[in-house]
Design a protein around this ligand. Sequence first.
Ligand code: CTP
Ligand code: MG
Length: 235
Amino acid sequence: MNVAVILAGGKGSRMGIIDMPKQFLEIYGKPVVIHTLESFDVNENIDAICVVCVKEWQNDLKVWLKEYDIRKVRWITDAGKTRQHSSLNALDAIKDSVSDDDIIVIHDAARPLVSQRIINDNIEKVKKYGACDTVIPAVDTIITSLDGEYIDSIPPRKEFYRGQTPQSFTYKIIRDSYDSYFSLPEDERPSMTDDCGLVLHGGKKIGLALGDRTNLKLTTMEDLLLIKSMIRANR
Ligand code: CTP
Ligand code: MG
């Protein structure tokens, strides 16, 4: 079984809107999270979907699932205090229904433009490597600076990629990685911004799946304009 986990448990603080997390904003009359869910609902390789959702928005979510005829959502679970805690809540929600070899595709609700090709490529890459991250080659030269004032190095660009989502794993690999990370005392857990960081920390190999520059994450108002114009262009 292939399960998509859609992370819609964040507050969207960088958007600067106070009353609504960004994943619930409407684009052309449809909430961002629904744009995202539709991509997984129509994908023939996805069998079931778990949505991690801010508690106060779960009723709205249920109404939208009916309104937009999203059929594969089997679990809705609460947001965690960090992205990792939200992923962990999803793993706990699905645990009695999945086995070790099942594939878990974890995706940001805030990336509504994910393509069918990217989702399918993730599933293929998990079959090959056990774990994969969606990446695009860096087009800009990457500069490192530890103090934010002087350049320390300009490493070769071809070694650098930008991470997107989905990030996908066999259930066993992601479960074991989370169990060992959360078994550390809280002050000894290295800070992580994504699931692959945590799996890499657990010593597992992660293959690359090719993303797309259009698979933008809604982070700021500027991204909202870009995402709107891309959705309009594809209508
Ligand atoms: N997310 C989540 N649970 C959290 C934090 C984030 O499910 N505790 C989700 C967000 O809803 C988003 C994805 O993880 O779909 C990527 O996170 P990010 O872009 O950082 O979203 P937010 O944390 O909501 O935004 P910000 O960091 O600006 O507050
Ligand atoms: Mg965040």
